[in-house]
Structures are given as structure tokens and as C-alpha cells.
Design a protein around this ligand. Sequence first.
Ligand code: CMC
Length: 428
Amino acid sequence: MATITLKDDVTGKAVQMPVLEPTYGHPVVDIGKLAKEFGYFTYDPGFMSTASCQSTITYLDGDKGELMYRGYPIEQLAEQCNFLEVCYLLLYGELPSAEKKELFETSIARHNRIRENLRRFFYGFNHDAHPMAMMAAVVSSLSAFFHDRLDIHDYEHRMVTARRLIAKMPTIAAACYKHSIGDPAIYPRDDLSYTGNLLYMMFSLPGKRYEVDPIAEHALDVLFTLHADHEQNASTSTVRLAGSSGTNPYAAIAAGITCLWGPAHGGANEAVLRMLDQIGDIKNVDGFMAKVKDKNSNVRLMGFGHRVYKNFDPRAKIIKEICHQILDSYGHDPRLDLAMRLEEIALSDDYFIERKLYPNVDFYSGIIYSALKIPVEMFTVMFAIARTAGWITHWMEMITEKDQKIGRPRQLYIGQMRRDVTSMQERD
Ligand code: CMC
């Protein structure tokens, strides 16, 4: 095994640390005995150089712009498999046979309803509640309904929880949307596909005929595959950390949902559309880009840049193609022209080239959602439905780790030195 020798220049003490070899990617120095040997902790805000765990689920190479789930390239999965096959792959580690695929689809359909008393939760929310706020609360509440199968050390309990979550997310998402527009919630149908059902529950009305549009159904399915997992991103790491305390998986996934909501993460797709609406016209693009490059403005080109990708996000390439296909079918959206102009400027501008900022998964996804008549507030909810597959897979991997421990980072304390409490009269 390769090692690296760390030497304390003050004491002269030198200790060999093992270097762990990955299947792909950067070797990782195992610093587990650093504190014991030297009395030091490491300091790495934002995990810039720190691997938080070992994982067998997803690999991404940010320099090459490569993404794989369980070893399969994302381009092949998006082209040849549907979202539920990808969920199966994430959960079980292999693509399903025809028979296993059917069984899995049947099981997802069996779990896609939510209880009536859970449905009533929605009446407690104001009509203008953000759907992500409703979704986080309702998903967290699922633990109050399924405590019969919540033994986190039981394989079957974990798997049924995973299937329940994947199955119920579209139903919860559609109920959030229906509540926000004051329409009655629609019950899922077992004869529709996963994304067909979501569209049906969002856009049909009691008493009215509704035909699922196969173009929209397929576009959503591909988008969900692209969003299903992305190794140790902020929300997945949140799920792992929350779950490491032994809390129930619904609570851990709810923590992931709240983390995803932020504009630096899954909230970026909503932020991109708001940005395009704010720019409004091609003639305002140059002025906007000047603000993006101005250090004092705090304005960012939303949908650009990524902590890991320093090249094209492979998902963005696929999404851009779908975006064109969708707009060919549904009619032109001037925001696509704006987005393409922003991309064109950014890809030839030194500011973006030097910082290796490329379009990410969220740059074009909002335009597709918008063409499918999905409102802006629902964009991150769409992301959450898809990412649930990744979250729950990571939660299962974490909980079954040998010697699994509660996540407990250390800190560099830079606050006050010890001091004594003074009486009220002596305080300023
Ligand atoms: N527009 C303008 N400048 C940017 C942008 C951007 N979108 N992203 C990064 N920069 C600059 C940043 O100002 C900094 O410049 P300098 O070195 O001069 O200070 C440099 O690039 C490095 O940025 P950073 O914030 O240190 O990089 P990070 O790895 O911490 O942040 C990021 C990654 C995704 C949070 C960031 O690129 C960003 O805020 N992008 C916009 C939001 C977005 O699209 N998020 C979706 C990410 S993909 C989907 C997901 O993860 O959910």
C-alpha cells in the first residue's frame, strides 16, 4: 500500500499515513490517526480537499466532464434506460432484467399513494407557501406513518422505505402544486409511467379528460435520470450526516430537501429563470455580464460554475439538446436565445475561461420545465423527486458501512478566551 509521510517540523516526529487507491480519481490520504499521532486536526472549509466517505455509487471526473452511475456513463443511461431502471441500478447496484424491472415498477406503483390524513396536512399551509417548504415538511412527516418498517438495521425495511420514498415523491410534489393553485389533489394512476403519472397528477382536473403528452413524459424522464445522483454534493452529504445519528430515513431525506433548496445548489434552476426574466432582452445582456464580473456586485451568472466540473457538465450537454427538441415541439421561448447568448459570451470571456466556469445542469433545465408549463417554484421540487433515488441510496450505503459512526466534524475555535461572567451593573 502506498503511504505518505507527514512530518511535524516543530517536534521532528514523522508518521506514515496510508494512501487509499480509488477505482478512478484522486488517491486519498487516510488521516484517521493524525490527531492521535500529532494532536492536530485538519482544516478544510467547504471540503475542498476532503473525501467524506468511501462510495461505490457514482463517479464524476470534473476535468474530463464525465459522470457514471455504478460504472455506466450518464449518456448511455439517458439514452437507453428509463428513470425507474436508473433508480433500480442505484439501489441494487445492477441494471434490472426485464422481469426485475416489471416487479420494481409494480412495487413503485403499489406505494405511490399517500394516506388521506397526510393529504390533509396541505390544508395547514398558506396557499402561497413555497412547494419546497411543503415538501420538506410532508416528507419528514412520512416517518409518523410508517414506523412499522423503520428498523434501519433491517435490509427489507431499508428497501421498502427506499421504494416508498421514490414512489410517493411525485404524489407529494403534485399535491404541493395543486395546493398552491387551489385545485383538488389528484390521485395517482397505476397504468401510467412514473413521469406520466406526475404530469397527470399536476395537470389533470376531476371530470376532465387528460392525455399524457409523450414528449413531455420522455423529457422529464431523461431530466430525472440526469438528476438522480451526483456523489457527495451538499444535499447528499446532508442526508448522510443527518442519517449518521441513526435518525429515520424520512427525516434524513427531509434534511436533504432543505439543503437542495438553496440557490447555490438545486435552487439554481429557479434562479436561472428569474435571472433570464430579469435580463428580459438581448440588449441588456452586456450590462448584466458586466455586473457578473464586478467583484462588488454579488451578482452571479446562475447555472454556471460547479465545485467539481472544471469542464462542460455532461448533463448540461444532454439537457441543451432536449431543450432544443422541446422548444421545436412546443414553440419558441425567447429566454432560450438569452441563455444561448449568455453562454456564448461566457465561453469566450477571460473571466469565465480563467475560472473554468461552464454551464451546469441547471442552466437549461428551467427553460424545459417552463415549456412543459411547470411553474418556477416547482423547479427545485422536480430536482428533489429525481435526487431522492440518490439520497436514499447514499443513506443505505452510509448506514451499512462497517464501523459506521455518527458524523462529527471538528473545528478551529477562534472565539473569546476564558472569562468570568460579570454582574449586570458591570456590563455595557
Ligand atoms: N458567476 C460568476 N462568477 C462565478 C460563478 C458564477 N456562476 N461561479 C463561480 N464564480 C467565480 C467566483 O466569484 C470565484 O471568483 P474569484 O476566484 O475571483 O473569487 C471563482 O469563480 C470560484 O468560485 P467559488 O464560489 O469559490 O466556487 P465554488 O466551487 O465554491 O462554487 C458554485 C460552486 C456552483 C456554488 C458556484 O459556481 C455558483 O455559485 N454558481 C451559480 C449557482 C449555480 O448554478 N449552482 C448550481 C450548481 S450545479 C447543480 C447543483 O449542484 O445542485
